[in-house]
Design a protein around this ligand. Structure first.
Ligand code: SF4
Length: 347
């Protein structure tokens, strides 16, 4: 094994200069993948956890430059799921073996805290053996706490980029990296299994920016880390930027597995969009989660964060079976399990 990969494996860390070497070349990719796969097997065996994704609204008050559902996209047909539709999605998902529901949406104030709390409490009562994950953007400490007290136990909020200068190139002035980080630390303090993450190959991103992302994750110590390639959306200011790179995304999945051996790392839909086997490759590189869609088929295409998003036409059952086959084809297994994060093994 090369000294660099050996050091990352044994110390779960490198210097900035060493990270730069590792990330800037593909010569370590094969051994990185093999070592990362060994670590994921030590923690999770060949199990792959599934999370049923329910995209409850494509309204958003924000205007992130990279996002297809940003408020300035006037072409988009907007929708919101009703409470009953959300509960129906959970029922379908439960029958299919999902034990985590992810309620995700744009920052849509139509659902006030009381509404979210009531929906969460109902899901908690109906499906007591399931995890409830929320992904509803930046909120106050009090809002996060009230959702948690109602029964939510995980929260996903990608930080997107930890570098302040890079952050302003991706977001309008009213959004700040400080507030995003504040949200993530609040979530952890409240007791959520917290998920952060970033885009790979976003406009203006440098290797130094990626190293800042790794350093921020080391500070936060999240339970879940979601990364996916940037993919341009044709109705955004970033429509002409190049998409993120498959190889670099896979390399980073392996690097994340070695820095955070216990983490829940999804092979994202964006990865499956830039390459037909992207999700399988992501699992083989160290990821251990997939997030198939449970949203009603008639709204799927409208939740278009980026162009050509896959899996927008299939019923929930088809998605589940398709993924089961795909994951099995590379030697791993989708399991019916709540899929909590594991404790770090002491070396
Ligand atoms: S990335 Fe999130 S917060 Fe930003 S516009 Fe899209 S849905 Fe809204």
């Amino acid at each position: 094994m090369s000294e660099l990969v050996q050091k990352l494996f044994s110390e779960s860390d490198l210097t900035d200069i060493e990270f730069e070497r590792l990330l800037s070349s593909d010569i370590f990719d094969v051994e990185l993948r093999v070592v990362a796969d060994g670590v994921r097997r030590l923690y999770y065996g060949v199990d792959v956890y599934v999370r049923g994704l329910i995209e409850l609204s494509n309204y958003c008050r924000n205007d992130c430059f990279y996002c297809g559902i940003r408020r300035s996209n006037r072409e988009l047909e907007r929708y919101r799921l009703s409470r009953e539709e959300i509960l129906t999605c959970c029922g379908v998902g439960y029958e299919l073996g999902y034990r985590t529901f992810v309620l995700q949406g744009g920052e849509d104030n139509f659902y006030n805290d009381d509404t979210i709390c009531e929906i969460v409490a109902t899901i908690r009562k109906l499906y007591s053996d399931c995890a409830i994950t929320l992904s509803l953007g930046e909120k106050s400490y009090q809002s996060y706490k009230s959702f948690f007290d109602s029964g939510a136990n995980r929260y996903l909020l990608r930080h997107e980029t930890a570098d302040a200068e890079h952050y302003v190139k991706l977001h309008p002035a009213e959004m700040t990296i400080d507030n995003r980080k504040r949200c993530l630390f609040d979530l952890k303090q409240i007791g959520y299994q917290t998920g952060a993450g970033f885009m790979v190959g976003s406009p203006y991103q440098t290797v130094q920016n990626i190293i800042s992302d790794l350093r921020f994750l080391q500070e936060l110590q999240p339970a879940m880390i979601g990364i996916g390639p940037f993919i341009a959306h044709h109705q955004t200011p970033f429509q002409f930027f190049k998409n993120g790179d498959l190889k670099l995304t896979l390399r980073l999945i392996s690097v994340l597995r070695l820095i955070f051996p216990y983490a829940l790392i999804p092979a994202t839909t964006a990865l499956g969009t830039i390459d037909p086997y992207g999700r399988e490759l992501g699992i083989a590189a160290g990821a251990n989660v997939v997030m198939p869609n449970l949203s009603p088929v008639n709204v799927r295409k409208k939740y278009e964060l980026y162009d050509n998003k896959i899996c927008t036409g299939e019923e929930a059952a088809e998605c589940r079976h398709c993924l089961e086959k795909r994951i099995a084809s590379v030697g791993y297994k989708i399991v019916t399990d709540i899929g909590n994060v594991k404790e770090k093994i002491k070396k």
